[in-house]
Design a protein around this ligand. Sequence first.
Ligand code: PGA
Length: 248
Amino acid sequence: MAVIAGNWKMHHGPRATRDFFSSLVLPPNAGAHELLIFPTALSLAAAVDAPGRDPRVQLGVQNIHWEDKGAFTGEVSAAMAREAGAAFALVGHSERRHLFGETDKDVSRKIAAARRHGLVPVVCVGETLEERRGGRVEEVILGQLDAALPALTDVEGRFLLAYEPVWAIGTGETATPDDAAAAQGTLRARLDEALGPSRSTRVPILYGGSVKPDNARDLLAAPDVDGVLVGGASLDAGSFAALVEAAG
Ligand code: PGA
């Protein structure tokens, strides 16, 4: 079983969202995998109500605030996302960390908020090009994971991790399956230590960064790559279906 997740970022308003779900034809192997789409919060309702939407595609939000309500102009709470039909929440995506200044502390608070309201957090970690060139991949991704672990482990409940090297996101430059396996093996080892192997194996670790239908198969075959988190190539229904097909 692989997780095939589409992060739409700031693409697809309600109309394009309805069109996507109405035209999506999943391949025969779809039932063997977990399929997720993260539309913009504004398009979540359109996704929920899209005529003909295949219910095997579950929905999530790309970001939540850590408070349940209040004077936080422009923000969306986990409770609202849940009520509107989200089951998952991306937390700590590199665009949130690097473009919007989200810190490890914010990430922890958002994980806790997701948990309080029954959203499954998909926690993203990843190094920049400079950090990779400086030989700091392990230090950076373990630092981000360690900061999130208390919030992830203090209550029972499911979560997913995503390894997304910042230099591979939206650049067309993909980590090789070996790069992904090395980083994800590091994350898996830390999860084994923190949770014990039997609980750790229930946490899928996704790879993200310029995944396309034609490289998904090799990435998904790499050790410790349990799924993919896909931006650009998830926007088109045919391309999303092809990603699912590539999962075999
Ligand atoms: P990309 O984005 O597939 O367009 O590189 C991946 C992501 O940021 O989740």
